[in-house]
Ligand binder design. Structure first.
Ligand code: PNS
Length: 165
């Protein structure tokens, strides 16, 4: 069993790629949303959970949860020995290395397993997706359809000119 933690504000197809591949590596995968993370998230934790739950529906061994406080404590409470994280580029590595080592210090035996983002997803981030759609750009394929709809509603973003009929 493994935990895939994150902000997921909102989930992107890059996250979904990690979830799909992780679901094949572990018998059970818990995708867990951090609450009290960013001070000004675009979506509330229940909203993020709703979008995640819909997106992971095709994977029967994947469930969605949320957590607060230390990830290492949460992992212990779930009896999980593995944290799953995706790495897109070298710029992700330093922060991920620090977190993995800190988590292992806090909870010896807690291992972090990294999946390299698929090359088609390595440029996708929740932050950029929000910026592009809010400025009228096309984010088709970068987030699940429900997420695109929710982003459009939240940001009152019109269809991108390249998508308009
Ligand atoms: O999607 P993100 O924002 O990159 O995810 C970061 C996350 C949630 C994995 C990280 O911020 C986290 O684990 N926060 C919980 C608090 C904690 O345990 N901090 C110490 C980490 S070493």
């Amino acid at each position: 069993m493994a935990i895939y933690p994150g902000s997921f504000d909102p989930i992107t197809t890059g996250h979904l790629d990690v979830i799909e591949r992780g679901s094949r590596l572990f018998d059970r995968l818990i995708v867990s949303v951090l609450h009290n993370g960013s001070k000004s998230p675009l979506f509330s934790v229940p909203e993020r959970i709703e979008m995640l739950t819909e997106a992971v529906a095709p994977f029967p061994n994947v469930e969605v949860d949320c957590f607060g406080g230390l990830l290492a404590d949460y992992a212990l409470s779930k009896d999980a020995r593995v944290i799953l994280r995706g790495i897109r580029a070298i710029s992700d590595y330093e922060n991920e290395l620090q977190m993995a080592l800190m988590n292992r210090r806090l909870q010896p035996g807690l291992e972090t397993v990294f999946l390299l983002a698929g090359e088609a997803f390595s440029f996708i981030s929740s932050r950029l997706v929000k910026e592009v759609i809010s400025l009228g750009g096309n984010i088709g394929g970068l987030v699940p359809p429900l997420v695109e709809q929710r982003l459009r509603e939240r940001l009152r973003a019109p269809l991108a000119s390249s998508q308009a009929q």
